[in-house]
Ligand binder design. Structure first.
Ligand code: ZN
Length: 237
């Protein structure tokens, strides 16, 4: 009964190891870029909260509030409540990294204002992903263990549920890249950071973008692994 898991183990490593290594590398890059540029004060010395406020107001988004939220790099924009929440290091910090992250989050608010299509799809998918990311694999494994036609149907249902999670990580890519592009464009044209400082902003934001690429590759390779397990299992119908 456990045969598919053993047979698939080597396959899983083959599929997932490159994505896993890319993910770890990307996370190390974010950490080192953030550590470096969160220690360098921007020449204007604005806090992340001030940078976000300026970028929002410059685009007419006076209704979007900027608040502080606990956690490390827990920064996010809430499209439902129209609130931009920044972690203490970003909210209070006046570094190049703070400016970059704050402007990136404000970039998400701008996407919301412009009804940016990938953001709309992403928001629409959130509820199904919250369920599918954990329920999908559980249903899939139960289906695989049952080893009967009902089990096969269950396994496919689990696979499709988890597929929504993989799709979500792909839809996230244009959303994140676009928010960073909006941040870079505004930071350089508004003169909030100097051209020299833009190098640091780019390093922080590009490293963060790479973590999303790694997450998408991980989700897709996991999905493919599930599909191989299901298609390659012995049939006992
Ligand atoms: Zn983002």
């Amino acid at each position: 009964m456990f045969f598919p898991f053993f047979a698939g183990y080597g396959l899983y490593i083959l599929f997932s190891l490159p994505a896993l290594l890319l993910g770890l590398w990307a996370q190390a890059k974010v950490k080192s870029a953030f550590n470096k540029y969160s220690r360098i004060r921007s020449y204007q010395g604005l806090t992340g909260a001030e940078v976000a406020r300026k970028m929002l107001s410059a685009n007419g988004l006076y209704n979007v509030q900027v608040e502080q939220v606990n956690g490390f790099l827990s920064d996010h924009y809430d499209p439902a409540k129209k609130v931009l929440r920044l972690s203490p290091q970003i909210y209070q910090g006046n570094s190049i990294a703070s400016a970059g992250v704050a402007a990136h989050e404000a970039g998400h608010a701008l996407q919301d204002q412009n009804a940016y299509f990938p953001l709309q799809i992403r928001s629409f998918m959130v509820p199904s992903v919250q369920i599918g990311s954990w329920l999908g694999p559980i249903i899939f494994i139960i289906g695989l263990l049952l080893a009967n036609p009902l089990g096969t149907q269950l396994a496919w249902a689990g696979l499709i549920l988890f597929g929504a999670t993989a799709l979500f990580t792909i839809v996230t890519l244009p959303v994140e890249f676009d928010a960073s592009n909006r941040a870079k464009a505004w930071l350089s044209t508004s003169g909030i950071v100097s051209q020299q400082e833009m190098t640091g902003v780019k390093k922080v934001l590009d490293a963060a973008a790479l973590t999303y690429v790694a997450a998408a590759i991980q989700a897709v390779t996991t999905l493919l692994y599930y599909a191989f397990l299901l298609l390659g299992r012995p049939r006992r119908a």
